[in-house]
Design a protein around this ligand. Structure first.
Ligand code: ADP
Ligand code: MG
Length: 506
C-alpha cells in the first residue's frame, strides 16, 4: 500500500509573519503604540508622531533616542530580534515597554517600512523594507535618534485592509494611544500631527498637568490631587479628581502598571469602590492610578499587545489603593457631586453623611419596584411612587409581573433593601433601572417618529452593519432609513428618554 502524501507543510516564514502580524498590529493605532514604545525604550526625550489619513496612508514617529547602527538596522526588522532581553528569565526583571522582538518584524511584513537611525557615535543609515523584504540599506542624512515611517499599512493583505475604518475613526484611535503614552511618560515631550497639523503639544511636567493638557475638554486641573501609596513590592501615584469633577463615563478612570495603560478591571473597580460614598451608579470618578511594581510580581506576557496583566498580589494592591483614596476623600462633602443632587431617580435621599448607614423613612412599605424608578410608567397617575402598593403586576402589558416583596429601605444611596420569601435582597437601584429600560426595549415599546430625521455620519462598514441589523433595531423602535444615499434615524424607542442625537451618536 502506498503512503498517503503528507497534507501538512510548514508555512513560508513571510506568510507566517503576515498572519502573526495581525496579533500585534491590528490597525494603525497598534503601529503607533509599538513605535512610540520603541522610542520611549530608546530613552527619547522628544517624540513626534505624524499621521496621514489617520495612519491609513502613513505613520511617522521621530525620536531623539539612542538610535541604531547599520547592523542593528538590519536585525531590528527580523522576527524575534530584540536588544531588551536575552533569556526568558529576563522577563522577571524587564522594565522596558517592548521585549518580544516582534513589532518591527510584524509591521515590516504588512507595509512599506523605512527606518533612518543614527547612534551617538555613528553616521545615519536608512533601511527600506517592502512587505518584509529588505530593499535597501545605505548611509543617509539624519540626526541622532530614529525616524520610522510606515506607509500603506496592509497594502499586501487586502483581507485586513478592508477592515480599516475611515480616516477620522482611525485617527481618533491613534490619538487615544498617543495620549495613553503621553500620560504614562510625563517626563518626555510629545507632539502629535494629523495631516500636517499640530494637534497636541505636551511639554514635560507634573502628572496632573499632563492629564489636564492631554484632556483639556474633560479636566479641570484645580480639581485633581496627587496622592501616593505603597505596599510590599509596589508603590503608586494616584491622581484623584474631586467628587464634583465626576463624569458620566469611565474614560477618566485609568490604570497604568509600570507606565503601561492596562485594562485591569480589579484596579479600575478599586478606584470606583473608593468613591462609592460620593458617586453612585452611572457616575464615575476622575482617577488615574500609576502603579509601579516589581516586575517579578507581574506578568505582561499574557496578551500580544500587553493590554492585560497578571498580578501575584492583587488583593493587597486593591486594599492599599482603596485606603489611600478613601482617606483623601473624607475631606469632601458627600453631597457635593453635581450628579448626586441633580438626579431624582428616587423619592428618597441619595446622600447621607460619610460612614453612616441610613435607612429611608419608608420602612415596611410594599410597592411595585418599577414605579420607584419610573413613576411615569404607572397607569394610575394619582398613585404616587412610594405609596403603598400591592406589588401585583400592573395592567399596561409592559411592566413585568413582580411578585410580592417588602421594601425595607435604602442604604448608602445606592442599594434598596427588599425582603421576599424570607430572603433579604440588596438591589442596586441603577442596575435595576437599566434592567427595566432594557426589558422595555426588548419587549418592543414601538417607535416614536421624529419630526426631523437625524442624519448619521457613518462609513461603508458601519452602513453595512446597520443595514444588516435594520430589522432588529426597528423591533426596538429604532428605525433607520436611507434617503438619497445618506442614512438617517427616523424614529426612537417610545417611552425611553434618550435624545435622537445621543442615539444617532451611539
Ligand atoms: P522589542 O521592542 O520588543 O525589542 P521591536 O521589534 O519593537 O522589538 O524592536 C526591535 C529592536 O529594534 C529593539 O529591541 C531595539 O533594539 C531596536 N529599536 C526599535 N525601535 C528603535 C528606536 N526608535 N530607537 C532605537 N532602537 C530601536
Ligand atoms: Mg518594540
Amino acid at each position: 500500500m502506498s503512503q498517503p502524501q503528507a497534507r501538512i507543510h510548514l508555512l513560508d516564514p513571510l506568510v507566517a509573519r503576515r498572519i502573526a502580524a495581525g496579533e500585534v498590529v491590528e490597525r494603525p493605532h497598534g503601529v503607533v503604540r509599538e513605535l512610540m514604545d520603541n522610542s520611549i525604550d530608546a530613552g527619547a526625550r522628544h517624540v513626534e508622531v505624524y499621521l496621514q489619513a489617520g495612519g491609513n496612508e502613513s505613520i511617522r514617529v521621530i525620536d531623539d533616542g539612542a538610535g541604531m547602527g547599520p547592523e542593528d538596522l538590519r536585525l531590528c526588522v527580523e522576527s524575534h530580534a530584540t536588544s531588551k532581553i536575552t533569556t526568558d528569565h529576563d522577563l522577571l526583571s524587564v522594565r522596558t515597554l517592548g521585549f518580544r522582538g516582534e513589532a518591527l518584524a510584524s509591521i515590516a511584513a504588512v507595509s512599506r517600512l523605512s527606518i533612518t537611525s543614527a547612534p551617538s557615535d555613528g553616521i545615519p543609515h536608512t533601511i527600506e523594507v517592502d512587505a518584509g523584504s529588505i530593499r535597501n540599506l545605505a548611509p543617509s542624512a539624519g540626526q541622532q535618534g530614529t525616524t520610522v515611517e510606515v506607509s500603506d499599512l496592509f497594502f499586501n493583505v487586502p483581507a485586513r485592509k478592508r477592515f480599516l475604518k475611515r480616516t477620522q475613526t482611525e485617527a481618533s484611535m491613534c490619538r487615544g494611544v498617543f495620549l495613553d503614552k503621553a500620560v504614562g511618560f510625563v517626563d518626555v515631550e510629545f507632539r502629535l500631527y494629523l495631516d500636517g497639523e499640530l494637534r497636541h503639544f505636551l511639554p514635560p511636567g507634573t502628572i496632573a498637568a499632563r492629564i489636564a493638557a492631554a484632556y483639556p475638554e474633560r479636566t479641570e486641573p484645580a480639581l485633581l490631587h496627587q496622592l501616593t501609596g505603597s505596599g510590599e513590592g509596589f508603590t503608586f501615584a494616584l491622581i484623584a479628581g474631586e467628587p464634583r469633577a465626576a463624569r458620566k463615563d469611565r474614560r477618566q478612570l485609568q490604570v497604568f502598571v509600570n507606565r503601561r495603560r492596562v485594562w485591569e478591571y480589579a484596579l479600575i473597580q478599586a478606584l470606583e469602590y473608593a468613591y462609592r460614598d460620593y458617586l453612585h451608579g452611572g457616575i464615575y470618578p476622575v482617577a488615574y492610578l500609576f502603579l509601579d511594581i516589581d516586575p517579578e510580581l507581574v506578568d505582561f506576557n499574557i496578551h500580544p499587545t500587553k493590554r492585560e496583566v497578571r498580578f501575584r498580589s492583587l488583593p493587597e494592591i486593591h486594599r492599599r489603593v482603596v485606603e489611600v483614596v478613601s482617606s483623601h476623600l473624607r475631606q469632601f462633602d458627600r453631597t457635593m457631586s453635581p450628579f448626586v443632587a441633580a438626579e431624582p431617580t428616587l423619592p428618597y435621599s441619595t446622600a447621607s453623611p460619610p460612614g453612616e448607614m441610613r435607612v429611608s423613612p419608608h420602612p415596611a412599605t410594599v410597592f411595585d419596584l418599577t414605579r420607584v424608578f419610573d413613576p411615569g410608567l404607572s397607569d394610575s397617575p394619582d398613585d404616587p411612587a412610594g405609596a403603598p402598593a400591592s406589588g401585583t403586576p400592573t395592567t399596561d402589558g409592559i411592566t413585568p409581573a413582580i411578585p410580592d416583596f417588602r421594601y425595607l429601605g435604602q442604604v448608602m444611596g445606592v442599594f434598596l433593601i427588599v425582603e421576599r420569601e424570607n430572603q433579604l435582597y440588596l438591589v442596586d437601584q441603577h442596575a435595576a433601572h437599566e434592567r427595566i429600560i432594557y426589558d422595555r426595549l426588548t419587549r418592543g415599546s414601538g417607535g416614536q417618529e421624529l419630526l426631523f430625521p437625524v442624519y448619521l455620519d457613518i462609513g461603508e462598514d458601519e452602513a453595512k452593519t446597520l443595514d444588516a441589523n435594520k430589522d432588529e433595531l426597528s423591533g426596538l423602535g429604532i428605525r433607520i432609513e436611507r434617503n438619497d444615499g445618506a442614512w438617517a434615524l427616523v424614529s426612537t424607542p417610545a417611552g425611553i428618554s434618550i435624545s435622537a442625537e445621543d442615539l444617532a451618536g451611539m
